[in-house]
Design a protein around this ligand. Sequence first.
Ligand code: URA
Length: 243
Amino acid sequence: MSAERLQKILSRAGVASRRAAEQMILAGRVQVDGVTVTELGGKYEQADVRITVDGKPIQAAEQRVYFLLNKPKGYISSAHDERGRRTVLDLLPEVRERIYPIGRLDANTEGLLLLTNDGELMNGLLHPRYEVEKTYVARLTRLPGKEELNRLRTGVQLEDGLTAPAQVRVLEAEKGRVRVEMTIHEGRNRQVRRMFQAVGYDLKALKRTHFAGLTLHGVARGAHRTLTNEEILSLYEKAGLTK
Ligand code: URA
């Protein structure tokens, strides 16, 4: 862990948002090793100092954890479900940290889902500005024509507006076995299903095969693995952050 700005440490410890933490510092409510700090520039290693707010110690930083899950169908992508349905967290029972999925896959979509307790990385990867790429493989009952494929590529009008250009490629066009791969960088709700529906095709199945340069390689359906440091750094770059 490297030295970090005080407001960042406070927000990561769940004291307040970074903005609100800055206000707390400026208001003289934050102490480092017993000395009140009222400037925003100072950097500290949380492990090396004792930070208090209004005299009360802040929580120790929770270890950041990062997982890549191959989600099967039938699991919902929220952390809790009021109706008691199975959630993706049920697939990582050994994880003690409070993790959340980065974005969502529909219950009946399978494939690559990242989970973490790193809220900053999650927000960055989901922010439209960074245009993080996701690739899906859609199974269909019949092959879309050239015109429909081109409409998917250039943009389809959905209820919530025109979709951005997508990369679309036919992977398989056997009778009864049609698979089309689509890469998008937006992340609207049920976007891929809605795009195909808009050009006249219902999906038989949908799988996400790539997210932000990561693939499902080596991870069986229902299984997960931790990300390597290299992968985490690459995600940070893609999310416009530095670690
Ligand atoms: N698009 C969809 O339609 N569903 C998903 O789960 C993800 C993207």
